[in-house]
Design a protein. Structure first.
Lengths: 502, 501
């Protein structure tokens, strides 16, 4: 006798809304005429994201381990992760809505007459919107999935649209497609590793449920648990771009359309760290002696490598890619802490880092010359003279990345370092502050280029942003500023939401 | 809101108002800034008058919760040491503005930006000396770097952007080491007495020796970079040469004092045992600074470089006085901070005028200024004499106190330090002779003497230098109770009986 599984629709509603809107978006692509598609798609996306935020607010005090049979655990931390993802996506979608970053017709061969015609006819690739929504839905599911199979499915659901989106850049299409292919191939490997690790864990615990895995600790030969953790880690660390699984990051960040880079950099980190925190805090907490040393070493290498290699970058997107690698290292300190403080600090860090990142990539997409966006730092010289406001905002965001006091980045770093110190990982804190000192150098160098160097002839100019980009950049910047000066608002929230249930 | 908070906020509010004035109204912006900073200086004198100098407790206390999740408070309050340093800052700012009236016009940006940065800096300077919350102190300490960075990089001369970034990176590096220590202290407090950043409470922590040593080093290196102490000093000459004279005055006169202030307030008060452990090392570094700074100063051809290296020598004296751990040494060091602030201000401002008139900063390009520009030459002479601690001028008393205080505990260090005074005579008298006396070097014949504005600006500084040389009691009265408290709380008593004042 087959009985229908019980689903608590209320708790799943935020995800259902996003997935529903994504499916609706696909139907619109099929049935609606070209002229109105872009506007309708944008409206639906924004509407769905807002509705999802509203629903998240409604269910913020509820918890359940059986929201979708035993595969999804809705708890305070999960809701907070989902909230961050949706809020970031809402800002990012406004940037994405500026179609001139995307290729007119993805199927056209780069440089072909077909492509030229499509560009001249102002064809738009509106499939972007449902793709983004699928990615957002997958990310949301990734942070609340509580068994290994659901985790894997969620991983694929949010990864596949991102592989596609990365290849849709209008300019330098070959670079973009190369990046997409690289991302896809390496991502597929990483997923395979994750699946392989899951199989070992299943072999060890006889279950795929994360909470049951934690209950099974010590029941079998730990070597299988160890192998399983290692392989799962490879898959997860690939997504957060920790060294040595980072090699895709600079290429993809550089090749992808800038708004997509912003979206990916911010939201993927939240989703992946959401899953890592859940898996390790809930599933492997008792086996911490197995994985803590490994993650510690990876955190150290990641922090230092990201900061040092970023110095050598001459491209602003690649520089931010390495900076995001370094930030992944800082965030790993939150995982290692294995405490409520560590979780709360990670929540705060992800929120503030996400908004800073989206604002930064939003600004990068504004800096152009006649052929399009310019990310070569040597041509950014003197930007402060030409467009003082944009340069000042970008400098502020860079100072935020560097973690100078009165920016949100500083509070995030302080919180996460305190958590790590409290859990007796003092050496990691010392490496963290040293890496921050190294990292400060390349952030400040960009400020010098913009403000203290005179513009040269072929330097770039800033286009006047559309109202949508303007709203997105202003919102994200204001949030960074606000969180730097009055962090209490979010710190208290992240403290009260720092709760993962088994 | 206490008077202290109001004074701290005033520059920031003025900066906001000045930002609203249209950029082209240059004169209006300058006048408004001058008026605002003068009002702030006068109110801070009021603050000093209403300060109860017999008490060694914190006064004008203001405490509001800021980040409740970490129990961080916006907590301000001053004792004698903080008060005199705040006075130094607020009095120097209007003098700098008046003295360097046209300095802001040759920068990368408009004068408005210059004054907005300057006023922001003033607020942060007051904040850093008034903060009673370790976290708040750190925020001011680091935030202060940003306006200075733009002041050097945007308005300086020569290799300014390299100097600006060197300054910023050195300071940030030290600051981040300190951040690690701050987190350490915070976690220890949360394990012992409940998480807090309150400095008075943190001073009661029981920290095991090894941890205390590491935490101490985090703070000390940050402050030694700031002060700067040999071997952490290399950023200072570059920054001082590149910055405008006005910025240099604030940089060496006030900002660097945050380093020595931090040693007293944090290194010694929070980690008395570690301070004891490291004292021999620090005294050695201080003595090296004194001698090294003096020798380097003798070898300088650039007048700004000369002043920068004399400062390194003087900071050696201050640090030696602090870590001698005697009340005389401590009082002397505190007094030295003030005196050094004024004498360096005078030297830099006059040097700035000399350089802008002559179009060169090489000492040998000057010569015979005494005959061409007597007022400027005399002012430089007095400032120089104060810098070499001539009896009757301000620095003498402080240097004497430092040496006496050090001698009672570390006689060898004090004796070698005395050598610094001899060298000081060389590094001041040689340039004085080259620049002021002798035949008039060609190109100097038509230099103009100080105009009325410049005379008004330099007069109060010279006045303070002379007055403090004869009658330092008002300032010593403010400093002494706190100095004694610091030494006693750190568990020291004077090796010999206290001498009467």
């Amino acid at each position: 006798m087959l009985s229908a599984p019980s689903l608590s629709y209320m708790l799943l509603s935020p995800m259902l809304i996003i997935f529903g809107a994504a499916v609706l978006g696909v139907l619109i692509e099929a049935f609606l005429g070209k002229t109105h598609r872009a506007a309708v798609q944008l409206t639906i996306s924004i509407g769905a994201l807002l509705l999802a935020l509203l629903q998240l607010w409604q269910i913020k005090d509820m918890t359940s381990t059986t929201a979708a049979v035993n595969s999804v655990t809705i708890d305070r931390a999960g809701i907070f992760f989902q909230f961050i993802i949706v809020a970031l996506a809402l800002v990012a979608i406004l940037l994405i809505a500026d179609q001139d970053n995307f290729v007119a017709q993805a199927s056209a061969v780069p440089g072909s007459t077909e492509e030229k015609i499509a560009t001249q006819q102002r064809v738009q690739q509106t499939e972007i919107f449902p793709l983004v929504l699928f990615a957002v839905g997958g990310m949301m599911l990734f942070t609340v999935a509580s068994d290994l199979i659901t985790l894997f499915v969620a991983l694929e659901v949010f990864s596949l649209p991102l592989y596609l989106l990365a290849g849709l850049s209008r300019r330098r299409r070959l670079l973009s497609q190369e990046a997409a292919l690289k991302y896809f191939l390496l991502g597929a490997y990483a997923s395979a590793f994750f699946l392989f690790g899951s199989a070992f864990i299943y072999g060890y615990a006889g279950t795929v449920s994360i909470s049951a895995i934690s209950a099974a600790a010590g029941s079998a030969n730990d070597i299988f648990l160890f192998i399983g953790i290692i392989f799962m880690l490879v898959g997860l660390l690939f997504k957060v771009s920790a060294v040595p699984f980072h090699s895709w990051t600079p290429d993809v960040y550089q090749g992808a359309p800038t708004p997509i880079t912003g979206f990916m950099a911010a939201c993927t980190k939240v989703a992946a760290f959401g899953a890592i925190l859940r898996i390790f805090y809930v599933g492997f907490a008792d086996a911490q002696s197995l994985w803590q040393p490994i993650i510690s070493v990876i955190a150290i290498i990641t922090m230092i490598f990201g900061s040092v290699v970023a110095i050598a970058q001459r491209d602003v997107k690649r520089m931010l890619a390495y900076s995001s690698i370094a930030h992944a290292g800082f965030l790993l300190l939150g995982v290692i802490s294995l405490s409520k403080e560590g979780l709360a600090a990670s929540l705060f860090y992800l929120f503030s880092y996400g908004f800073t990142t989206i604002a930064a990539f939003g600004i990068i997409s504004l800096v152009r010359d006649s052929t399009g966006e310019v990310s070569d730092l040597n041509r950014w010289v003197g930007l402060g003279k030409k467009s003082p406001l944009v340069a000042a905002v970008f400098s502020f965001l860079l100072l935020g990345f560097a973690g100078i006091p009165l920016t949100s980045g500083f509070i995030g770093k302080f919180a996460i370092f305190s958590a790590a110190y409290q859990s007796a990982n003092i050496s990691l804190v010392v490496v963290g502050v040293l890496a921050s000192a190294i990292a400060a150098f390349f952030y400040i160098r960009v400020i010098i280029m913009m403000f203290f160097t005179d513009p040269v002839n072929d330097s770039v100019s800033v286009i006047i942003p559309s109202i949508r980009s303007r709203i997105a950049i202003i919102c994200a910047t204001l949030i960074s500023l606000l969180l730097g000066v009055f962090p209490s608002l979010l710190l208290n929230a992240s403290n009260s939401f720092a709760n993962l249930i088994k | 809101m206490s008077l202290l908070t109001a004074i701290g906020l005033l520059p920031l509010i003025s900066a906001g108002m000045i930002a609203l004035i249209p950029t082209r109204n240059n004169e209006l912006i300058k006048r408004a800034t001058l008026v605002a900073t003068t009002i702030i200086a006068i109110s801070s004198i009021f603050l000093a008058v209403s300060f109860d100098k017999n008490s060694d407790q914190l006064q004008f206390v203001q405490k509001n919760s800021w980040i409740s999740a970490f129990n961080i408070n916006f907590s301000l309050g001053i004792d004698g040491i903080s008060l005199v340093l705040i006075l130094l800052s607020t009095i120097l700012v209007p003098i700098v503005i008046l003295a360097t009236w046209n300095e802001s016009e040759n920068g990368r940006w408009s004068s408005k930006v210059f004054y907005v940065l300057l006023l922001t800096l003033e607020s942060l300077m007051i904040g850093v000396f008034a903060a009673n919350d370790l976290f708040l102190f750190y925020v001011f300490f680091e935030a202060m770097l940003i306006p200075v960075y733009f002041l050097i990089g945007g308005y300086g001369t020569g290799n300014k952007s390299a100097a600006a970034i060197k300054f910023l990176l050195y300071s940030l590096f030290g600051g981040l080491l300190m951040l690690a220590s701050i987190i350490g202290v915070y976690i220890i407090s949360s394990n012992q007495i409940g998480a807090t950043f309150d400095i008075t409470q943190l001073a009661t922590l029981e920290i095991d020796n090894q941890t205390e040593n590491f935490l101490f080093l985090g703070f000390f290196i940050a402050f030694a970079i700031k002060a700067p102490l040999w071997p952490f000093h290399t950023w200072l000459p570059d920054a001082a040469k590149a910055a405008t004279p006005g910025t240099s005055v604030l940089l060496l006169g006030v900002l660097d004092k945050v380093g020595t202030y931090g040693m007293i307030r944090f290194c010694i008060q929070l980690f008395p045992d570690a301070s004891k452990t490291f004292t021999p090392l620090i005294i050695t570094l201080a003595v090296i600074s004194i001698i090294y700074g003096a020798f380097m100063a003798i070898g300088q051809r650039d007048i700004k470089g000369l002043i920068a290296f004399t400062s390194i020598s003087h900071f050696g004296f201050i640090t030696m006085g602090i870590f001698a751990m005697t009340t005389q040494g401590m009082s002397g060091a505190n007094l030295y901070m003030i005196n050094h602030g004024f004498s360096t201000a005078a030297l830099f401002l006059i040097a700035g005028w000399m350089i802008s008139r002559r179009g060169s900063s090489t000492i040998s390009d000057f010569g015979g200024l005494q005959r061409v520009t007597p007022v400027m030459a005399w002012s430089f002479f007095i400032a120089g004499m104060s810098s070499l601690a001539l009896p009757g001028l301000s620095s003498f008393i402080s240097e004497f106190l430092v040496l006496v205080g050090t001698y009672t505990r570390y006689p060898v260090a004090a004796i070698i330090g005395t050598l610094g005074i001899v060298l000081a005579a060389l590094y001041i008298l040689i340039p004085v002779q080259k620049a002021l006396h002798g035949p008039i070097v060609s190109g100097n014949e038509n230099l103009k003497d100080l105009n009325f504005r410049e005379k008004i600006a330099i007069a109060p500084v010279i006045l303070v230098i002379v007055f403090m040389g004869f009658y330092p009691k008002p300032v010593l009265d403010l400093i002494n109770p706190t100095s004694e408290k610091v030494v006693v709380n750190a568990g020291f008593s004077d090796p010999i009986a206290k001498v009467g004042k």
